[in-house]
Design a protein around this ligand. Structure first.
Ligand code: 13P
Ligand code: SF4
Length: 405
């Protein structure tokens, strides 16, 4: 295991990522899609996808995350947020092939939760997540060593957001922690604190190491559990001891990993204020990956699934400004024309990696299966999968209502 001295210094130049070739070692996913893809301009793509889908019948099950393009969502058997899709993947033992139209960490989780007889396929291996890439397993192992050194590891429960590599999920399983998603983070955190504060360590107050999204961790702690921001510290993996003193680590209740979503990080408090000034009676609804000040200023906060359900249940004429990925918000605008739906950012704000899955990739994946070739299978190392499954199963067994279907 590396020491703090071996870590990449803050100022080290980052290696350039050559797109389309090889593998990016700093990422949890690949960087290329080794396929002979149909041209995006092919007017027969929809028909080709339909024919291949029909030929495969029940053998294939297509999952679509809410951030996917319309052309992909049109072929999804089920759509959902990351929690719902994980459960759906686990509930289809009869389908030998699960095509996951989402990002790499979601496909890895589906592989862990499905049987050995099933194969999970990601139509483009380069569909990763910039937030998941902000925590590498070696950095997390080093951080844990720092907590041991500060004498607090025994009293700390890791809670890891679904948006993380399988290796970090396995770390979480090995250290008594749980996975969470944006729809059950409150339940997961309450569970984690009940472990630490339950006398697991005598006199312990209980701490959580929250990985890798500092915003989801902070928002859940402050907004849902009523915790104080003064009890949070941010652990920067690029600095010795996370850039914190021993005392700061010992005093903290929430140790937040310094990671964030580059898409949700773009929504600002100023945009919320502007919406309130310009749209009378507007309701602001945002994803909990947004910054704390944005979440504090919003009327409603929730996972993609919760955002959809909240808007679906609102009366005609309701005015909304929505802070989450643009594919989903645009679709909401089309699906609920009796409500006025606006986007909380004047610049285009797609998740570029989610958008990598497009109709050409889906057609290529489906037609390859028809021809007897499984392309882009996601196989998590069995030992990693075993420990990651412990943490995922803890999440699936969390008490109370963890998801509003
Ligand atoms: P959901 O779990 O709300 O679908 O969020 C996943 C995600 O990646 C949001 O950026
Ligand atoms: Fe990752 Fe953000 Fe894209 Fe979600 S929206 S997949 S957190 S980069």
């Amino acid at each position: 295991m590396s020491t703090t001295a071996d870590r990449i210094p803050h100022s080290a130049p980052l290696p350039l990522l050559v797109l389309g070739h090889g593998r990016d070692l700093a990422s949890e996913r690949g960087v290329e899609c080794p396929g002979d893809l149909p041209a995006p301009s092919d007017p027969g793509l929809v028909e080709r996808a339909r024919a291949a889908r029909e030929a495969l019948g029940e053998k294939v099950f297509v999952l679509g995350h809410h951030y996917q393009r319309d052309e992909v969502i049109a072929f999804a058997d089920v759509t959902g947020d990351s929690f719902k899709l994980a459960k759906e993947a686990a509930a289809r033992p009869e389908a030998p092939w699960i095509i996951f139209c989402g990002v790499h960490f979601m496909a890895e989780s589906a592989d862990i939760l499905t049987s050995d007889e099933q194969t999970v396929i990601l139509p483009d291996l380069a569909a990763g997540c910039s937030m998941a890439d902000m925590a590498a397993i070696s950095q997390v192992e080093d951080a844990w060593d720092d907590l041991v050194e500060a004498g607090i590891a025994e009293d700390t429960v890791p809670v890891t957001y679904m948006n993380s590599s399988a290796a970090i999920k396995a770390f979480t399983g090995r250290h008594g922690g749980t996975i969470c998603t944006s729809s059950n983070a409150k339940t997961a955190l309450s569970w984690a604190f009940s472990q630490g504060g339950d006398g697991r360590v005598e006199g312990g107050t209980g701490k959580v190491l929250f990985l890798p999204d500092q915003h989801l961790g902070r928002n859940t702690w402050a907004r849902d559990l009523g915790g104080s921001l003064e009890d949070c510290v941010v652990f920067d993996p690029h600095r010795p001891m996370g850039g914190l003193s021993r005392q700061q680590l010992q005093d903290a209740r929430m140790i937040l990993w310094r990671g964030h979503c580059s898409v949700h990080g773009r929504f600002t408090l100023e945009a919320v204020k502007q919406a309130r000034r310009e749209i009378p009676g507007v309701r602001v609804i945002v994803h909990p990956e947004c910054r704390h000040e944005v979440v504090e200023a919003a009327d409603e906060v929730g996972s993609t699934e919760k955002i959809i359900k909240t808007i679906a249940a609102a009366p005609d004429g309701t005015r909304w400004v929505v802070g989450t990925e643009l594919n989903l918000v645009r679709r909401l605008g089309e699906e609920f024309p009796r409500q006025q739906i606006s986007f909380l950012e004047k610049n285009v704000c797609y998740c570029s990696t989610m958008n990598r899955i497009d109709l050409p990739h889906l057609v290529w994946t489906l037609e390859s299966l028809v021809a007897g070739r499984v392309v882009n299978p996601i196989h998590v190392d069995p030992e990693v999968a075993r420990h990651a499954r412990v943490a995922l199963d803890r999440m699936l067994a969390l008490p109370g209502e963890t998801h509003k279907d």
